[in-house]
Design a protein around this ligand. Structure first.
Ligand SMILES: [Fe+2]
Length: 470
């Protein structure tokens, strides 16, 4: 994090005697980055953090990518992922490259150990579930729609609250900076002189939730810290509780930020994706698409123009919204639009969304500056119809003739049809049945029927929503 904060007990100066109640010295640790010129914190442990009693390599985390020679738009439905593992072992990488790994996790076991990612900063997006992540910097309570940024080297343990009746099972999206860079707010949001968030930034210090008590666990006994490093998870054994920090200060610590606290920037004309930017690391950015008023020029086209993101691959994770404007998309979907080919609104949507005044969409986007590749797990969830859903251009009648939805892409290397592709077909059929399409145009289901009887002026003032997925 760019700004200074502190928690717990600290001596008056760095690197001086600071003693425990029993008269022995606390063990100071400088938690430095980028060769001690990047963000740094200084921590005071009850026990020397160097003190370990054993270690062994446990399992490989090396990700294998497939279809590296296939370039096409992709749609992966992650909701069918079965719950498995704990918040570390249950992670399923779907897309990635040498800079970032994007995974989804539906954990169904508690973490019985502590974890440290020694390779990457981690940016979680909690889709469902709540709980506390206990870290060496203190505790962070979290809930749905929270980003949790945990910087490289932090020891932590996720504890999810018990799932209440009727609530969805815990689920999170995770972006790891496997190139070793740090996930930070964009520098253009910050004052060069003070690192304070500037007035044009869509969030500021007050929106960030920093660690709180409890922080210190003064316990002896065998504890395991699993450390991810060198594409392996190693098991390290400690003879004391690893969360034994009594105080720390600095600019390097984990924090939470709820996506509902992101203040969207809106304009007279369509605003480009950088206005949604929330975080960045080397070679990738993370953006938040939130509910907001839409462009207010009287002749505005509120959906994005076709765009060639010539230098970026673009992954969107769909959290909430009305998905009729993008065929087959549902809660938990991930779409991938690769660099090299343009993408844009689905057939029919530019006309159908004219006059829309607001959007209820909620999505998290990860744009990368190098191509992303899918994993085998992603192919298992692949919607093969998606690349052809733009096949008929912008003609309104083409949007609903079903031809695109009925023909799977030939771009799939193994030539197999996945289970989810059947779901996509049924989804298209159901969409037509429930009136999602009418007269060749996609219409907003929430628009009251009586609106059509109103005068032109009244129609112009009527509230209409549309999704504007970039
Ligand atoms: Fe885009």
């Amino acid at each position: 994090m760019p700004y200074y904060t502190k928690l717990g007990k600290l001596p008056s100066k760095r690197h001086i005697q600071f003693r425990r109640p029993d008269g022995k010295l606390y063990a100071e640790e400088v938690f430095g980055t980028e060769g001690f010129v990047g963000p740094t914190s200084t921590l005071y442990h009850i026990n020397p953090p160097t003190q370990v009693i054993g270690w062994t390599a446990l399992y490989s985390t090396k990700v294998e990518y497939v279809e590296r020679d296939t370039m096409r738009m992709r749609h992966v439905k992650s909701m069918p992922l079965p719950p498995k593992g704990d918040p570390v072992t249950g992670r399923v990488v779907l897309f990635g490259n040498n800079d970032v790994e994007i995974s989804v996790c539906v954990p169904d076991e508690p973490m019985k150990y502590f974890f440290k990612n020694g390779m990457a900063d981690e940016c979680f997006f909690i889709h469902f579930g709540s709980g506390t992540v206990y870290t060496m910097f203190g505790a962070l309570k979290f809930g749905p729609r929270d980003y949790i940024v945990i910087p490289k080297g932090t020891i932590y343990q996720f504890v999810f609250d018990a799932q209440k009746q009727g609530e969805p099972e815990p689920r999170f999206l995770l972006m790891e900076s496997v190139n070793g860079s740090h996930i930070l707010p964009p520098p253009r949001y910050l004052s060069k002189k003070t690192a304070q968030f500037l007035e044009h930034a869509p969030y500021c210090e007050r929106d960030l939730r920093t660690p709180e008590m409890p922080m210190t666990f003064d316990k002896k006994g065998k504890h395991e810290v699993r450390i991810k490093s060198r594409d392996l998870v190693h098991s390290y054994q400690y003879s004391y509780h690893p969360l034994d920090v009594v105080g720390w200060d600095g600019c390097y610590y984990p924090y939470c930020f709820n996506i509902d606290d992101f203040s969207p920037i809106v304009g007279k004309h369509h605003m480009p994706p950088p206005t949604h930017q929330t975080f960045e690391a080397h070679n990738f950015v993370i953006c938040s698409f939130c509910p907001r008023p839409l462009d207010f020029h009287p002749q505005a086209i509120v959906v994005p123009y076709n765009h060639s993101n010539l230098d970026s691959d673009e992954v969107l994770y769909y959290v909430e919204g009305n998905y009729k404007a993008r065929k087959g998309i549902e809660v938990g979907s991930l779409s991938l639009h690769p660099q090299g080919i343009p993408h844009g609104p689905h057939p029919g949507t530019p006309e159908a969304t004219i006059g829309a005044t607001h959007t209820n969409e909620l999505a998290v986007m990860c744009d990368t500056f190098a191509p992303l590749y899918p994993t085998k797990a992603a192919l298992e969830l692949d919607d093969l119809h998606y690349p052809r859903s733009w096949e008929h251009g912008w003609e309104p009648d083409a949007a609903t003739n079903g031809a695109a939805a009925d023909r799977p892409s030939n771009g799939h290397a193994n030539g197999k049809s996945s289970k989810t592709s059947k779901t996509g077909k049924n989804g298209a059929k159901n969409g037509a049945k429930n009136g999602a399409t009418k007269g060749g145009r996609l219409v907003e289901a929430k628009t009251p029927a009586k609106t059509s009887a109103k005068s032109g002026k009244a129609r112009a003032q009527a509230s209409k929503s549309a999704n504007t997925w970039d």
